[in-house]
Design a protein around this ligand. Structure first.
Ligand code: FEO
Length: 404
């Protein structure tokens, strides 16, 4: 098992999880749990992986040095995909100092029996001198857990921000230029859409804080996916743009259908959007077996769309369960926290009393999306006039987003 060299004395010693396909509601083509070995006169291991991946981590360390030479562990984040190897590591290296935030110390004790662990709490600005390599810690609460912190290696201008700037992908590529810029950014967009959107204001604040430190950042080495060395500036800009709500003249239409009526409406709306020259993505909600139809893929489109339209027929006075699940997910992500507001509306058919459209509108509002056209529902099947109204709705939405 081999490590990958980032800079003199700095190696990736992480684990590749080729098989992971689902991660709290997010479909993914595997992932990596990145850990890093930084060697000066002393040696530090930054982060680890889920329990069960110890052999990969220690095997890669062994390609660089005897694992017994590790003097310190730095834990940027306690979530188990980064801390799960700690019980084994501490058993193999009793008394090894573990550097983390105060909240991480508390959180670790809720996950593991930490009695006897040598935990050293650090705050922003604290350093760990390895002799020729200096690690500086920067607390990053709620990016994305209360315990999170970044670690900066001054001599090589490398930032280790844990989950931030990560992407879920299992690949032989370790660096952005090996995977390709566009693919790397696409995976980062899905990661941001599914995990970072509600934290957008904190992202902007933290990036501003890092900017004011005036430190050089040549490389960004996150805890998942590829390491940004050729496109570090691009991912920083992408995070700023996504957080500020910069989006395309694009409409995402998300819907499910019972007998095809809501499909007819969705397609007519999409025709109207296209007639105005805007981009449109029409998403029939399905599960992870069908590429691009899972909620975690659809919110990736929502992130760079200026408008989100929701379609559902009424079932037992409610939206369809698939749509309810998507709306719950969207509400939790709170796209209203992005710097620029998205617009949206709801549509659908009904046989009885109806109710799905009003429910979807309320969910859009709760997600922070501005509802611009209320109550577009039809009885049973849309007739020619109602399909014309759907087409005009698409044109209206397209014109509205282009004016923003
Ligand atoms: Fe990759 Fe928040 O764990």
């Amino acid at each position: 098992m081999m490590a990958t060299n980032l800079a003199p004395g700095v190696h990736w010693v992480g684990a590749i999880d080729w098989n992971l396909r689902e991660y709290h509601g997010y479909t993914l083509p595997g992932t990596t749990y990145n850990a890093y070995l930084v060697r000066g006169e002393k040696t530090a291991l930054i982060d680890s992986a889920y329990a069960g991946f110890e052999n990969q981590i220690l095997g890669r360390v062994a390609s660089v040095c005897d694992p017994g030479e590790i003097d310190y562990i730095v834990l940027n984040h306690i979530e188990m995909d980064h801390s799960g190897c700690l019980p084994t590591l501490v058993r193999k290296m009793p008394g090894i100092p573990i550097y983390c935030t105060e909240r991480a110390k508390t959180g670790l004790a809720r996950h593991y029996d930490t009695s006897g662990w040598n935990i050293r709490v650090v705050k922003t600005g604290d350093t760990l001198d390895l002799g020729g390599k200096t690690l500086t810690f920067l607390e990053a609460p709620m990016l994305h857990w209360p315990d999170s912190m970044f670690t900066y290696l001054a001599e090589d201008a490398i930032l280790f921000p844990n989950d931030a700037f990560g992407q879920h992908i299992a690949s032989a590529a370790r660096f952005d230029d090996q995977l390709g810029k566009n693919e790397a950014l696409a995976h980062a967009q899905k990661f941001f859409a599914n995990l970072i959107i509600p934290l957008a204001p904190k992202v902007l604040k933290k990036l501003d804080e890092v900017g004011k430190l005036g430190i050089a950042i040549e490389m960004i080495a996150p805890s998942h996916g590829i390491i940004w060395r050729s496109y570090a500036g691009d991912i920083l800009k992408a995070y700023i743009d996504w957080s500020q709500g910069v989006a395309k003249d694009k409409v995402t239409i998300v819907y499910d259908t019972m007998h095809g009526s809501t499909t007819m409406m969705a397609q007519a709306i999409a025709e109207g959007v296209m007639a105005e020259g805007a981009d449109v993505r029409v998403c029939l909600l399905r599960d992870g077996r069908y590429e691009g139809t899972h909620r975690s893929d659809i919110v990736t489109d929502v992130l760079d769309s200026k408008a989100v339209l929701i379609g559902s027929p009424t079932l037992q006075d409610e939206v369809l369960p698939t749509v309810a699940g998507f709306l719950s997910y969207l509400r939790g992500l709170r796209p209203g926290r992005l710097g620029a507001k998205k617009i949206g509306c709801a549509f659908g058919s009904h046989g009885g009393m109806g109710g799905a459209v009003a429910q979807a509108e309320e969910a859009l509002k709760a997600a922070g999306i501005e509802v611009i056209d209320g109550g577009f529902h039809v009885n049973y099947r849309p007739d020619a006039g109602e399909l014309a109204r759907a087409y005009e709705l698409g044109r209206k939405v397209a014109r509205e987003i282009r004016a923003r």
